[in-house]
Design a protein around this ligand. Structure first.
Ligand code: ATP
Ligand code: MG
Length: 400
């Protein structure tokens, strides 16, 4: 079961270069949170700070009641074992096959016998759909498989906190969705407090329970997903639509002159490059059928009910619909999650359709796909990959 992670007034600089200041947030136990932010805003630095790889100069990082900036090195060592981390670049050892990569933390940090290590390693490789690929080297597999191998390695120590840096980097939109599904399924199975760092809009719209955003060295907002998804804050709106209009510029904040010039340009009807933020919030991605319900999601319901009055009006409406407290039926898009949530607690999970399973064609088609080299600069194999989801499948298959 996951533990709560809280930061208070956290400030991090490298020399005179301040990365962010006064970051205070809570990752509720067992819930899935996403930290958004344009490139270079210090998302990865934040993630590395949480595990004690980087040291903020001010503030507190409280993990399960212990401030890791003030604890002893032996306490920090123990706390680090609570984390599973998928780094932005996967961080697999290039010369080790997937089995040895996955087994590495067990060999390094435990005294388990090889037979036990084998059992745990194979179990985790199975969880991420990599059985059969144990002997492959990281350079011989696709980006999606490398992500899953990184996740298997993050899982072997039974993490209570899962940190995931850019799960979508180098992946196409479909593989990104499968990776998100895998993260939801892992969360359902082990109830780990999860933080996903990303700038992917689809992940932001469908995955998290909570969402925050870093911009201009500050945490702009943090709260239930509905708060950001219905926000009128210009920087949040711009980010979630991918538009050029707004305070986020190519490399830094725009000045007033730039903002006025762009307003004139786009008023003339030119595309702003973005996609309108839909009025209705998409239903949240659910664990694959056959998985246990997410305990974090259940706990979140009670939590958001309590803080509801303190949230902006639009967020309150969206949450009430999701909780089933709204007497008005929601739109078609929102009702899949909303109406089911109004049902009896015991059936809630079963009643909520899985969006992936629903939308996928029942038949499995095989098409040749040439994959580009995504990251790591490897020569990617060309092969035949399955697309779609077999309707008879009860257990998840994370294909690549
Ligand atoms: N070890 C370090 N020493 C000095 N500066 C660093 C170090 N690590 C990161 N930085 C700086 O901190 C800033 C934030 O970097 P970070 O990698 O956290 O951004 P990010 O939000 O993760 O970006 P992206 O979305 O591109 O991954 C950058 O300007 C980077 O150069
Ligand atoms: Mg980063």
């Amino acid at each position: 079961m996951g533990v709560e992670v809280t930061t208070k007034h956290l400030t991090k600089s490298f020399g005179s270069n301040n990365i962010w200041t006064d970051v205070s947030l809570t990752l509720p136990k067992g819930e899935v949170s996403v930290l958004l932010g344009p490139s270079g805003t210090g998302k990865s630095v934040f993630l590395k700070s949480l595990i004690g790889l980087l040291r903020p100069e001010e503030g507190e990082i409280i993990i399960d009641g212990t401030d890791i900036l003030r604890c002893s090195s032996s306490e920090l060592y123990e706390i680090r074992k609570m984390f599973g981390v998928l780094f932005q670049d996967g961080a697999l050892f290039g010369s080790m096959n997937l089995y040895d990569n996955t087994a590495f933390p067990l060999r390094e940090h435990t005294k388990k016998k090889e037979s036990e290590i084998r059992q745990i390693t194979m179990e985790k490789l199975e969880m991420v759909g990599l059985i059969g690929a144990e002997d492959k080297l990281p350079g011989e597999i696709s980006g999606g498989m490398r992500k899953r191998a990184g996740l298997a390695r993050a899982l072997v120590m039974d993490p209570q906190i899962m940190l995931v840096d850019e799960p979508d980097s180098g992946l196409d939109p479909v593989r990104t969705t499968y990776t998100s599904q895998l993260l939801m399924d892992i969360n359902a199975q082990i109830d780990c407090t999860t933080l996903i760092v990303s700038h992917n809009i689809n992940i932001a719209r469908t995955v998290p329970d909570n969402m925050g955003m870093l911009f201009l060295k500050h945490l702009v907002m943090m709260g239930p997903r509905e708060v950001l998804l219905t926000s009128d804050e210009p920087v949040v709106k711009q980010f979630l639509s991918g538009s050029m209009i707004g305070p986020i510029g190519m490399s830094e904040e725009k000045d007033q002159g730039q903002l006025e010039a762009e307003a004139a340009r786009f008023a003339a009807g030119q595309s702003d490059g973005g996609v309108a933020v839909p009025d209705e919030i998409a239903p949240q991605m659910q664990p694959t059928p056959g998985m246990p319900p997410r305990k974090g999601e259940q706990r979140r319901k009670a939590r958001v009910r309590e803080i509801l009055p303190s949230l902006p009006e639009k967020a309150q409406e969206a949450i009430r619909r999701d909780l089933g407290d709204d007497p008005e039926p929601a739109t078609v898009g929102a009702s899949a999650g909303g109406s089911a949530l109004a049902g009896a607690a015991t059936d809630q999970h079963a009643q909520r359709p899985n969006r992936l399973a629903e939308s996928a064609e029942p038949a499995t088609s095989e098409v040749p796909v040439q994959r580009p080299t995504d990251f790591g600069g490897n020569d990617e194999p060309t092969g035949t990959y399955e697309i779609g989801q077999d309707a008879t499948d009860q257990l998840p298959r994370y294909r690549d």
